[in-house]
Ligand binder design. Structure first.
Ligand code: NAG
Ligand code: NAG
Ligand code: NAG
Length: 831
C-alpha cells in the first residue's frame, strides 16, 4: 500500500461510499474497503454491506461467487445480501493484544472476472476486562523506624483494555498510617505508591491491612482489589525492663555451692534479637562476682561457693539486662546472709604459767585465756567449763576473758601434773563446743621430810670385823624432787665418846651405808647406839632421825686362860697339898680358868691330859675340880703331877693347859722338905723369914681389926647372919668366873660374870649388864673347899645396901688380898 493509503483513516460511512467508487478507478490495488466494528459482536452481526460497497448487485453476489478469504475466518459473506457477517467471536485483546489500532485484513474475491478487493475491518475496543492484580495478596515489611513521608511502590494492576478502558485510578481504604499516591509514567502507565503518614510502632500494631483498588476508565468502570498486608519490622526501640528495680533476699549461710538463689527477669517489648536479653554483672566488686555466678540467659544467680555470714553479711550487686540491640537496664540485687551456728567457739590461751609451786595458795592465777566465736548473737555467746575433779576453777574476768585459778591445795607428790580440759560451748541450737587441754606442772617444794624405811635399825656385827667393812645400810626416801629429795646421811648422836665416835663408825653421806672404822671387840664393847640423820638438800632442809643399835657379836677369839694353878713369878709351878688321909672324893684343888669370850665361846670344859698316877684323881668336866678318886695307897708317890687341858665351847675350840703339882703331906713342914729337896735354899731365906713374920703379924692385926669391926656391926644390927658365912669360912673365892648353878645347862647369859682379870693385881670388873640385876641372882663367894656360898642380894644387898653389901665385899677383898699375899710368900718360901 502506498503512503496515502496509510494515512487514510477508515471513516465509517464515508469511507464505505468511497469504496463504492474505488473499483471503478483503481481496481484491486487501491484503497481497501474499511469497516469498523466493536469487538465481541455476536455471530451473524452485519459488519458492512460488502456487495454494495463493491458495486455488485445482489445477483452478482452469488453469480460471481463473492467470498472473503483471510488467515482466520472471522467473517463470512451473506450469500443473499452480500453483507459481511461476523462468523466467529472477535476478541480484540486476543487478536491485537496491545496494539492500539486493531485491523483485520481480508480479501474479498469475485469471479467472472476474477477480482480481488481489500477489506479492512477495524475492531474497536470495548471495556470487557476488569483490571487485575498479579497478586491478590501483597506482603510488605516496613521497619518501624521509618519516618513519615517514606514511600513504598506497589505493583500496578493490569487491564488488557486500552485507552479509556484501561486503568484509570487506584484507591486504598482509609487508614491513619498510609495514603496512596498514583504516579503516572510518561507512557501513561499509572503506578500506585504508599506513602507513610505517621510513625509506625511495632509494639503497638505489628501489621497493617490495606485494600488496594484499581479502577479502569470504562463506563461503567470495572475494578480489582488486592490485599496489602504490611508487617512492621521491629527496631530496637525498647530497652529491657526488670520485673523489679531491686531484688532482695535473705538466705542462711552455708548453702551448698550451686544453689539457685534468685532469678532476675527483664522483659523487652521488642522482638527477635532485640528482645533477646542477656544478663551481666555491673558495678559489682570482683569479690562478689567470684562468689556468685549469673546465668546470662536466665538471669539465675547461684552461689559459686559456700556463703559465710562471718565473711560477708550482705552482698549488693547490680545486674544489667542487655538486649540484642544493645539497649540495657540495671537492677539492684541484695543478698542478706543469715547467721547459723556453724562456728565452734575457740579458746585462745594468752598466758600460761606451766609451773606452779605446790604450796601455792588457792586463788592463784594459773592461766589467762579468752574465747572467741565467729558466730553472732546467741550462736556466739560462749560459756566455759573445766572438769570437776581438778583443784582449779574458772573466773570470768570480763566478757570472754577468763582466768584459770587454783581452787584447793596442790600436792606434787600426789599429782605432779594436771591436764585441764577447758570446754567452751556456745548457745546456738544445737550448741557447738570446743575443748583444749593445758598441762600444768606442779613444781616441787621441800614439804616432805626424808623417811627411814625402818623405825629403828638393829644390826649384829661379829667382832674382829675388817676395818672399813660395811655393817649395814640405812635408807631414807624423800618424796620431793631434785635437791629437795636428795638425802644425805650423817651421824648426829651416839652413846660413844664423841671424840672416839669417828674411829668406830662412819656413814656414807650419799648411800647411807654404815661402815665400821675399826675391828670391834666384843670383849670391850658389846653394843652401842647411834642416831642417824637423813637430811634433804631443800631450803630449808628437812631431816629425820633414826636410831641404829649395833650389837657386837662374840667370836671365839680368846683362848681360855688358866688362873689357878698359876706359875710363880719366876715361872715355877706352885703346888697343892693333899692330906695323906684324904678320903675318895676329897676336893684337892680346883682349876680356875677364864675365857674372855662369852656364851659357848666361854663355856669351859676340863680334860685330863696326863697324870703320873692315872685313876688317883678325877677331874670335874665342867667344874675343873680335882678330887681324889680313891684313898692314897702306900705305893703311890707323894708327889703327883697332872696335866689338864682347858677347852672352850667355840667353833673351833681354843684351849689352854694347866699343870697341877700335888704333894701328899699332913703339914707344910712335912711337905717343904720334899719341895726343898729339889731346890737349894736361897741366900735370902733369912730375909724372907723375916718378911713372913712381919706379914703374919700384920695380917693378924688387920684380921683382928676386921673381926672386931664385923662383930661390932653385927651386934648393932643383929641381923644378916648369912653375910658372915663368907667371913666364917675365912676364904672367899678369888676364882672366876664363878658360875651359877644352872651354868651346866649352857643357858648362862653372857652378860654377867664376876671374874678376876689378873692374878697379879686383883680387881673386880663389873661388866656392864644389859639386864638389871635380878633379885634371884646371886653373887657367890666360894671357900677353899669349893663350896659355893651365895650372897643373897635380894635379901641383904638390896635391903641394906649401905651396910652389909660393902662390908661383905670388904671382907672378900681383904681376905683375898691376905690369902694371895700369904700364898705368894709361901711360894717364895717353898721355892
Ligand atoms: C563459678 O564456678 C564455676 C564452676 O565451679 C566456674 O567455672 C566459674 O569460673 C566460677 N565463677 C567465678 C566467678 O568464680
Ligand atoms: C596429760 O597429757 C599428756 C599428753 O596428752 C599425757 O602424756 C599425760 O600422760 C597426761 N597426763 C595426765 C595426768 O593425764
Ligand atoms: C635429830 O637429832 C638431833 C640430835 O639429837 C636433834 O638436834 C634433831 O632435832 C633431831 N631431829 C629430829 C627431826 O628429831
Amino acid at each position: 500500500m502506498g503512503g496515502s493509503c496509510a494515512q487514510r483513516r477508515p471513516a465509517g460511512r464515508r469511507q464505505v461510499l468511497f469504496s463504492f467508487l474505488l473499483p471503478l478507478f483503481c481496481p484491486a490495488l487501491c484503497e481497501p474497503i474499511r469497516y469498523a466494528i466493536p469487538e465481541e459482536l455476536a455471530q451473524g452481526s452485519v459488519v458492512g454491506k460488502l456487495a454494495r460497497d463493491l458495486g455488485l448487485s445482489v445477483l452478482d453476489v452469488s453469480a460471481r461467487k463473492l467470498r472473503v478469504s483471510a488467515e482466520k475466518p472471522h467473517f463470512k459473506v451473506d450469500v443473499e445480501s452480500g453483507d459481511l457477517l461476523v462468523k466467529d467471536r472477535i476478541d480484540r485483546e486476543q487478536i491485537c493484544r496491545e496494539r492500539r489500532i486493531c485491523e483485520l485484513q481480508l480479501e474479498a474475491v469475485v469471479e467472472n472476472p476474477l477480482n480481488i478487493f481489500h477489506v479492512v475491518v477495524v475492531v474497536e475496543d470495548i471495556n470487557d476486562h476488569a483490571p487485575q492484580f498479579d497478586k491478590k495478596d501483597i506482603h510488605l515489611e516496613i521497619v518501624e523506624s521509618v519516618s513519615p513521608g517514606a514511600r513504598i511502590s506497589l505493583d500496578p494492576a493490569t487491564d488488557p483494555d486500552i485507552n479509556t478502558n484501561s486503568i484509570k485510578d487506584y484507591k486504598i481504604n482509609s487508614n491513619p498510617y498510609f495514603s496512596l499516591l498514583v504516579r503516572v509514567h510518561s507512557d501513561g502507565g499509572k503506578y500506585p505508591e504508599l506513602s507513610l503518614e505517621k510513625p509506625l510502632d511495632r509494639e503497638e500494631q505489628r501489621s497493617h491491612h490495606l485494600t488496594l483498588t484499581a479502577l479502569d476508565g470504562g463506563d461503567p468502570p470495572r475494578s480489582a482489589t488486592a490485599n496489602i498486608e504490611i508487617f512492621v519490622r521491629d527496631t530496637n526501640d525498647n530497652p529491657p525492663v526488670f520485673s523489679k528495680d531491686e531484688y532482695k533476699i535473705c538466705l542462711s549461710e552455708n548453702l551448698p555451692p550451686g544453689t539457685s538463689m534468685i532469678q532476675v527477669t527483664a522483659t523487652d517489648q521488642d522482638e527477635g534479637i532485640n528482645a533477646e536479653i542477656n544478663y551481666y554483672f555491673r558495678s559489682t566488686t570482683q569479690s562478689t562476682r567470684h562468689m556468685f555466678s549469673l546465668d546470662e540467659k536466665t538471669g539465675m544467680i547461684k552461689n559459686n561457693r559456700s556463703l559465710d555470714f562471718e565473711d560477708v553479711q550482705r552482698y549488693t550487686m547490680e545486674v544489667e539486662a542487655k538486649d540484642g540491640g544493645g539497649l540495657s537496664t540495671q537492677c539492684k540485687v541484695i543478698i542478706e546472709i543469715l547467721d547459723e551456728n556453724d562456728n565452734s567457739p575457740e579458746i585462745i590461751i594468752t598466758s600460761l604459767s606451766d609451773h606452779i609451786l605446790e604450796d601455792s595458795f588457792p586463788g592463784m592465777v594459773v592461766a589467762l585465756f579468752k574465747t572467741r566465736d565467729r558466730d553472732s548473737g546467741e550462736n556466739g555467746e560462749v560459756t566455759c567449763s573445766i572438769g570437776r575433779d581438778v583443784p582449779f576453777k574458772i573466773h570470768s574476768s570480763s566478757k570472754n576473758y577468763y582466768k584459770l585459778v587454783t581452787d584447793g591445795a596442790l600436792d606434787r607428790e600426789q599429782t605432779p601434773e594436771y591436764n585441764i580440759t577447758i570446754t567452751a560451748t556456745d548457745k546456738g541450737k544445737p550448741p557447738l563446743s570446743y575443748s583444749t587441754s593445758v598441762t600444768l606442772h606442779i613444781t616441787d617444794v621441800n614439804d616432805n621430810a626424808p623417811v627411814f624405811h625402818q623405825t629403828s635399825y638393829v644390826v649384829h656385827v661379829a667382832e674382829n670385823n675388817p676395818p672399813g667393812a660395811s655393817i649395814t645400810h640405812v635408807i631414807a626416801s624423800d618424796l620431793d624432787l631434785g635437791t629437795n629429795g636428795r638425802v644425805s646421811y650423817s651421824i648426829v648422836a651416839s652413846d660413844l665418846e664423841p671424840q672416839a665416835l669417828s674411829s668406830y663408825v662412819s656413814v656414807s653421806e650419799q648411800s647411807g651405808v654404815v661402815f665400821a672404822q675399826r675391828a670391834f671387840d666384843h670383849e670391850q664393847l658389846r653394843a652401842f647406839e647411834l642416831t642417824l640423820q637423813a637430811r634433804d638438800q631443800g631450803s630449808p632442809a628437812l631431816s629425820a632421825n633414826v636410831s641404829l643399835r649395833v650389837l657386837v657379836d662374840d667370836r671365839n677369839d680368846n683362848a681360855p686362860r688358866v688362873l689357878y694353878p698359876a706359875l710363880g713369878p719366876d715361872g715355877s709351878a706352885l703346888f697343892d697339898m693333899v692330906p695323906r688321909a684324904a678320903q675318895p672324893g676329897y676336893l684337892v684343888t680346883k682349876i680356875v680358868a677364864v675365857d674372855a669370850d662369852s656364851g659357848h665361846n666361854a663355856w669351859l670344859s676340863y680334860h685330863m691330859l696326863q697324870a703320873s698316877e692315872p685313876g688317883l684323881f678325877s677331874l670335874g668336866l665342867r667344874t675343873g675340880e680335882v678330887r681324889t678318886a680313891r684313898a692314897l695307897g702306900d705305893r703311890d708317890a707323894v708327889r703327883q703331877r697332872l696335866l689338864v687341858a682347858v677347852r672352850d665351847g667355840g667353833q673351833p675350840p681354843l684351849s689352854a693347859t694347866a699343870t697341877i703339882l700335888l704333894v701328899f703331906a699332913d703339914s707344910l713342914q712335912e711337905a717343904l722338905p720334899d719341895l726343898s729337896d729339889r731346890r737349894a735354899p736361897s741366900d735370902s731365906q733369912a730375909e724372907l723369914q723375916f718378911y713372913l713374920v712381919v706379914a703374919l703379924a700384920l695380917i693378924s692385926v688387920l684380921f683382928l681389926l676386921a673381926v672386931i669391926l664385923a662383930i661390932a656391926l653385927h651386934l648393932r644390927r643383929s641381923s644378916g647372919s648369912t653375910t658372915v658365912g663368907c667371913f666364917q669360912r675365912g676364904f672367899c673365892s678369888k676364882s672366876g668366873p664363878v658360875v651359877p648353878p644352872n651354868y651346866s645347862e649352857g643357858t648362862l647369859p653372857y652378860s654377867y660374870n664376876l671374874y678376876v682379870a689378873q692374878t697379879g693385881k686383883t680387881e673386880f670388873n663389873f661388866q656392864k649388864c644389859s639386864e638389871p640385876l635380878h633379885s634371884t641372882q646371886d653373887i657367890v663367894c666360894g671357900d677353899s673347899s669349893g663350896d659355893l656360898i651365895p650372897l643373897h642380894v635380894g635379901d641383904d644387898l638390896t635391903s641394906h645396901p649401905q651396910t652389909l653389901a660393902p662390908v661383905s665385899f670388904v671382907f672378900c677383898i681383904f681376905s683375898n688380898l691376905v690369902a694371895s699375899y700369904i700364898s705368894k710368900v709361901l711360894l717364895h718360901l717353898c721355892i
